[in-house]
Design a protein around this ligand. Structure first.
Ligand code: HEM
Length: 480
């Protein structure tokens, strides 16, 4: 047959579920060495075909709508959490319009307002949080970064009124929504299990809270913040229908969920990388002193562009610790994979794993080394000529209905995906992460408790990968 090689396994339904689930990047690397860039493995009884490398990324992520489909795979997880009629509970053309509406609230003008909001949230968090009282101490960093992420993202994207409710009931409700996102729900999403009941209750409660806010704002007239909710309230589909309130509410949930896990995981990794490399944390501090002045004035959006090492820290962390390691698509008709003899039948699921090319020594010398300086031109670890395009400015662009996006067809570095389903939150995430990093660097020096340069392993149990916990580090105030 023309099907790709199947990864060897002992048991029919379990297949490679366990080895894949324990460490997906390692699973991809080992099987790529054995079978090449295209191979099939059995995941919970489904034949799953992985296509890696820039060609594989391009094949899946820029697949035609009649060939590949995301919503058929994701809807069982996302629809109970977000609610109906948005994202993967509607035709792709509607999602493309929704992404366009969401992007309107993610402009440079908006980011100018977000930086001081995020800065204030970070500084006030460290002032009031018990774990950071005194001059030095030890802390399990990921839960703290999760809180900082939710406070900063909700305040910037959803406004102060919603943000303030995260000190009370909303945090618990979002936690219940989160539980709906566990991989086990790919098969048990429908079951009347305790966590699913809590998920459904939380979805109804949070959606109502947003809908009540929308009603209040509509009744209140014009004088309104020009935030995400405002833009969605003033958006109209191409068919002339104004976005209904329940869809606005569900998009607000989707946005916060999408941003929360990815940014929280990334900021935790950044802090752990800095604890492992205090010398680089010091370089970041010196970069701010040099570029912004020794008095370190309040951060502005324009300052972020003056801090390339702060940007590189994020880029390099996403190269090695991208929170989304596997992207899946249903196959709508038998698909020939270009440049191979393989044809993928509709019974297979396609899996893209851009992290494979991002850690390939052909593109990134010494790929396992976390080296933010590799993003500087003259670095010995700079991307190779084979990487050709790592700067998206040089990539071919295409419009799927929500503005021009990079096709990513040549880039080995795609932590935000590519094509029709590409992330719209990249710029926001960068603004949020850079601001958090800059504020943390002003306040603290971090190091590993044992003084080593090691970083903890990765937890692949939930849909978004993150550091194993506890991940404790030593902190010390800079101003003592
Ligand atoms: C899509 C990564 C932050 C909203 C995606 C995809 C990736 C990704 C890989 C493509 C998924 C696919 O093709 O199936 C990340 C990373 C982030 C981040 C690494 C942070 C470090 C955010 C934030 C928001 C957001 C902050 C919202 C403000 C979205 C949305 C989509 C998306 C709406 C579109 C889903 C689709 O079209 O199917 N993201 N993201 N993301 N992301 Fe992000």
């Amino acid at each position: 047959s023309n099907e790709p090689p199947v990864v060897f396994h002992w048991f029919p339904v379990i297949g490679s579920t366990v080895t894949y689930g324990m460490d997906p990047p390692r699973f991809f690397k080992e099987n790529r060495e054995k079978y090449g860039d295209v191979f099939t493995f059995v995941l919970l009884g489904r034949k799953t075909t992985v296509c890696v490398g820039p060609a594989g990324n391009d094949f899946i992520l820029n697949g035609k709508i009649r060939d590949v489909n995301a919503e058929e795979i994701y809807t069982v997880l996302t629809t109970p959490v977000f609610g109906k009629d948005v994202v993967y509970d509607c035709p792709n053309s509607k999602l493309m319009e929704q992404k366009k509406f969401m992007k309107i609230a993610l402009t440079t003008e908006a980011f100018r307002q977000y930086v001081p909001i995020i800065s204030d949230e970070v500084t006030s968090y460290f002032k009031r949080t018990a774990a950071f009282k005194g001059q030095s101490g030890e802390v399990d960093i990921p839960p703290k970064m999760a809180e900082i992420t939710i406070f900063t993202a909700s305040h910037a994207l959803q406004g102060k009124a919603i943000r303030d409710q995260f000190d009370e009931s909303l945090a618990a409700l979002y936690h219940d929504l989160d539980m709906g996102f566990s991989p086990i729900n790919f098969s048990l999403h429908w079951a009347p299990l305790p966590w699913n009941n809590r998920r459904d209750h939380a979805q109804r409660t949070v959606a109502k809270l947003y809908m009540d806010t929308i009603k209040r704002r509509r009744a209140g007239g014009e004088k309104d913040a020009q935030d995400m909710m405002f833009h969605l309230m003033n958006s109209t589909y191409k068919n002339g229908v104004q976005v209904p309130d329940h869809e606005i509410a569900h998009m607000m949930i989707a946005l916060l969920m999408a941003g929360q896990h990815s940014s929280s995981s990334t900021s935790s990794w950044i802090m752990l990388r800095l604890a492992a490399r205090p010398d680089i944390m010091e370089e970041l501090y010196q970069e701010q002193v040099r570029e912004l002045g020794p008095d370190l004035p309040p951060l502005q959006y324009e300052d972020l562009a003056k801090l390339p090492l702060h940007g590189a820290i994020i880029k390099e962390t996403l190269r090695l610790n991208a929170p989304i390691h596997s992207i899946m698509r249903a196959v709508k008709q038998p698909l020939a994979i270009p440049g191979t003899k393989y044809v993928i039948p509709t019974s297979h699921v396609l899996m893209s794993a851009p992290g494979v090319s991002a850690s390939d020594p052909n593109f990134f010398p010494n790929p396992e080394v976390w080296d933010p300086h590799r993003w500087e031109k003259d670095s010995t670890n700079a991307p190779t000529m084979a990487a050709r395009v790592v700067d998206e400015a040089d990539e071919e662009k295409i419009d799927y209905g929500y503005g021009l996006v990079s096709k990513g067809g040549k880039s080995p570095y795609l932590p935000f995906g590519a094509g029709r389903h590409r992330c719209i939150g990249e710029q926001f995430a960068n603004v949020q992460l850079q601001t958090i990093v800059a504020e943390v660097v002003r306040l603290f020096k971090f190091r590993n408790i044992d003084g080593s340069n090691d970083v903890i392993g990765t937890d692949y149990q939930s849909l978004f990968s993150r550091p194993l916990e506890p991940a404790r580090i030593h902190w010390e105030r800079r101003d003592q």
